[in-house]
Design a protein around this ligand. Sequence first.
Ligand SMILES: [Zn+2]
Length: 256
Amino acid sequence: MIIYIFISALTGFLGYKVQALSKKGALAATGVGCMIALGFAWKGLLLLGIFFLSSTVWSKYQSEQKGGIEEIVEKGASRDQYQVLANGGVAALAGVMMVIFPKEVWTFIFLSAIATSNSDTWASELGVLSTRKPLHIKTLKIVPAGTSGAVSMLGVVASFLGSALIGVVGSFVFDLSYQAAAVVTFAGFVGCLSDTLIGATMQEEFQCLRCGTRTERRTHCGKQTDKLSGVKGFNNDVVNFASSVIGALIGGAWIL
Ligand SMILES: [Zn+2]
């Protein structure tokens, strides 16, 4: 266990060093890593590592092309503790539950939660690189890349591959069936889709009073933004957490 704590802390520290994580984000990631290692040992850490590494790589990939997105999304490239918990909280909880009530269902819940987060990160990091402008999932109108609810073909493909990677590697290391790989892939993909849907319907959206940009940010151009729509308190973290729960429940429901 000590080695797992060390690996988790080292990864958190490295994440902080490459500015993928804020200081508190690194602490939260270390905690999440330890809880996952508690329940799923190296297998859990391997999957968490795949998620963490691939999302860091994709977020740095062609980052100069993503310049405009920073204006729209609420947070920058360094993930804070809320983002870490929104993406890894359900997986960490599954790790703890595995220790208390060892049942295979927690493995499915864990894999599906990670698959959802991986799917969502791949979709958002790669989807914005689409050369064709994305459509809004609700209105089907063309919107700027990075808008909540924006869907591009590239994003959908990236979402599927991100989920499938966790499904395939997960079922391999946990010695599960091919069917399990498909279930986890499906759960992660639907979880990611629900993220887009919830983002499009319930997430708070604001507008800059100065430049008119529609944004998730509460301030823009140094001034308070005006709320356009969404449920109070429903920021990107809440949406991510909710979709992680949905993905996990779909994966877990299969085995019950
Ligand atoms: Zn502005």
